[in-house]
Design a protein around this ligand. Structure first.
Ligand SMILES: Cc1cc2nc3c(=O)[nH]c(=O)nc-3n(C[C@H](O)[C@H](O)[C@H](O)COP(=O)(O)O)c2cc1C
Length: 233
């Protein structure tokens, strides 16, 4: 079985093409999940709509609790970390993390940043070896191959790696750095561009992105199955 964690970060709850002012990134993530389900209905999929229900922003209490060793935590500290623990549990269970997200002001939506801050957790998703000053961080989620699928939508064009606007795109690079830091290193990226231009440019970008999503689902299912077949019985 392959476990999937599906997040949507768009502030727009509807779907582009169906609802007025609907979201393109939600269309991509829904396509990914529905294609996956069609071929592997047995795989568990956990869904979190962080765009509509954003995780809490971390606080002073959160930081104090998180950096207190578990054995020394007081009851209020455990309560403070309860939301983070739930989000971390979901992430640890996942083999494939699918994130549907817009590009907002050259970076990730605040709701997605709040989720990242809740799941990068010393002692849960990353260990810190203070005796090793040169390389102190040990990513806990490197315990098995985990895939990150970033499905994004942008108003402008040229934000892909190598594009004219790539230097102003801090969404995918930030996600890849933060999630790589905790051990999720197999990255797949698909984007819709040109939402602000509309017309044929957008339509072509949407069609291309949906085709890429379908192909990615096939490739991932194939490679995960091959990896499993190669595992000792
Ligand atoms: C607050 C806000 C900031 C945005 N910033 C950018 C940006 O920096 N670059 C860009 O190309 N598009 C930007 N856009 C356009 C969105 O990326 C575009 O509308 C995208 O389709 C949103 O994703 P969604 O369709 O999943 O909601 C912005 C839109 C909003 C609402």
């Amino acid at each position: 079985m392959t476990s999937i964690l599906h997040l949507d970060a768009s502030a727009r709850p509807g779907l582009a093409g169906k609802d007025e002012h609907g979201s393109h990134s939600r269309n991509l993530s829904q396509r990914f999940v529905s294609q996956w389900r069609a071929r592997r209905p047995q795989d568990p999929i956990t869904y979190r709509d962080i765009g509509q229900t954003p995780p809490s922003i971390i606080s002073h209490d959160w930081i104090a609790s998180s950096f207190t060793p578990e054995a020394r935590r007081e009851p209020w500290m455990r309560d403070t970390l309860a939301e983070s623990d739930r989000l971390v549990d979901e992430l640890i269970a996942a083999d494939v993390l699918v994130i549907g997200t817009p590009l907002y002001n050259f970076g990730m939506p605040a709701a997605l940043k709040a989720w990242i801050d809740q799941v990068v957790r010393p002692g849960r998703t990353v260990d810190i070896d203070e005796s090793n000053l040169l390389d102190p961080y040990i990513p806990r989620l490197a315990d098995r191959p985990r895939h990150l699928v970033i499905l994004t939508a942008r108003g402008g064009i040229g934000f892909d790696a190598g594009g004219e606007m790539a230097h102003m795109n801090h969404l995918e690079p930030n996600l890849i750095t933060a999630l790589g830091f905790i051990g999720i290193t197999r990255v797949h990226q698909i984007a819709i561009e040109g939402q602000e231009f509309g017309g044929e440019l957008l339509a072509a970008s949407v069609a291309q992105a949906l085709d890429k999503v379908d192909a990615l689902v096939g490739e991932l299912q194939h490679s995960l199955q091959a990896e499993r077949a190669a595992e000792p019985a």
